[in-house]
Design a protein around this ligand. Structure first.
Ligand SMILES: [Ca+2]
Length: 226
């Protein structure tokens, strides 16, 4: 099993320049994988397959999905890909390939070797160095992922206030109220004190693709939202 020994650092302020810190919330995914929702609830969810991390239904219809795979020969599971799209933007995917972190836009890998900031339809891709990629969406959402070994070991998602009351998915219902964060896709509300088994079977599994979620990322290397 893979654990990060320390709590995550605060989000980088460099990409929240249009919103003050007090008006943004950050969710985290780390290690095998541990989650912290936008409103601050920590939980662990181990599963294999593709999951809905955010489905936002507001003015900015952000969709963020993740792929969880087994890590080596251990029983732990880790994130190896993320895919996101907002409104009618291009689709971006960050993937942990065998030879490093890769970014695909509309299923085509982009060259990060010479330009550290590249603008696409609806977002900017930022090569932050040290195997870390940032995606800054027009609507104000910011996603950052760091590659360690062959996994996306540390992922953060920062949303400004205009996403409040619009999100569901594994990263919770972002509204400043922690108690409603474990809301399954069938609207069943799980208690924050629920057992890890209940979190898995009644909340986490409901966010797996191909069961109850409307989008999926499924095409070989060129995953996309459809
Ligand atoms: Ca909440």
């Amino acid at each position: 099993m893979y654990y990060l020994p320390n709590p995550p650092p605060p989000p980088s302020p460099s990409h929240t320049h249009t919103h003050t810190h007090t008006h943004t919330h950050t969710a985290w995914m780390m290690g095998d994988p541990h989650f912290i929702t936008f409103d601050g609830h920590p939980f662990t969810f181990n599963a294999l397959g593709e999951v809905t991390l955010i489905q936002s239904s507001g003015d900015n219809s952000l969709a963020l999905q993740g792929r969880i795979t087994r890590h080596g020969i251990s029983s732990g599971t880790v994130f190896t890909a993320l895919a996101a799209r907002e409104d009618n933007s291009d689709t971006v995917m960050i993937a942990a390939d065998v030879d490093g972190i890769r970014v695909y836009v509309n299923s085509v890998v982009i060259d990060l070797s010479t330009i550290s900031e590249q603008v696409f339809n609806g977002f900017t891709v930022l090569d932050k160095g040290e195997n870390t990629i940032g995606i800054a969406f027009k609507g104000g959402a910011y996603i950052e992922a760091k590659l360690e070994e062959t996994m996306l070991s540390k992922i953060s998602v920062t949303l400004p206030a205009n996403y409040r009351d619009t999100t569901t998915g594994l990263l919770g219902v972002y509204n400043g109220i922690v108690v409603d964060d474990l809301r399954a896709s069938d609207n069943n509300q799980l208690s924050l004190s629920a057992s890890s088994e209940a979190v898995h079977s009644q909340f986490g599994i409901s966010c797996k693709q191909a069961t109850s979620c409307t989008h999926s990322i499924t095409v070989d290397r060129g995953y996309y939202l459809s």
